[in-house]
Design a protein around this ligand. Sequence first.
Ligand code: SAM
Length: 247
Amino acid sequence: MRFHVLTIFPAMFDGPLSESIIARAVERGLVEIHLHDIREYATDRHRSVDDYPYGGGYGMVMKPEPIFDAVRSVKSGADLADDTPITLLTPQGTPLTQRIVEQMATNEDIILICGRYEGVDGRVAENLATCEISVGDYVLSGGELAAMIVIDAVTRLIPGAVGSIESTQDDTFSTGLLQFPQYTRPALHEGSEVPEVLLSGNHAEIERWRRRESLRRTALRRPDLLESADLSVEEWEFVEALCEEQD
Ligand code: SAM
């Protein structure tokens, strides 16, 4: 899978992409991350990538021409398919979810456009981007961190990127629920014990406990997730009993 990132700050990606799972995925050839400096596509002698907003107001807006030219150049240079997704990172986009990440991970190529300043000229969203993604209801200074979030979340779903792909399958959100609590050694820490069932070696009991804890956490912390979760009748009864306890 190849990520093609358009940014005016390519150096921001150096640290996060050169460590741990992403670095290993790159080394193993599972993903390629190509950084493209939008400024190289500016045509004036100052290499301007921003300009004053029409209609007045504060701040600057990223100009459309360097972004359109950068996308055209990346598409022809890397021989990308016509329907390669072009994702604009913006706080006004569709909130990123694990389902969207899973869908993104099925692509061979993704173009990510990082905005700066007051954002990018509206014609990028209207006439170039195929989707707009937000990484949360808050405003970042630029799209670079948002692009890194997308790259990280997508990369860990690519087979071979994490130790075992199964470990991502019971992650929070992947099952539709929050994950059960995890413990490691020591069994007793500052007076606090690991739940006994986890030491029992009884795998059926452990699975049952984990599922229940997953349901409990979700019901208490993110009840909104339960609406689309796939629960058995018995599990619904368990959740309803928990909710009654809370009232
Ligand atoms: N003035 C814009 C607004 O109110 O919608 C915010 C611009 S923000 C300061 C600059 C850039 O950061 C955006 O163009 C976008 O690329 C990126 N950005 C900020 N918050 C983001 C978020 N929550 N998700 C994705 N990208 C974000």
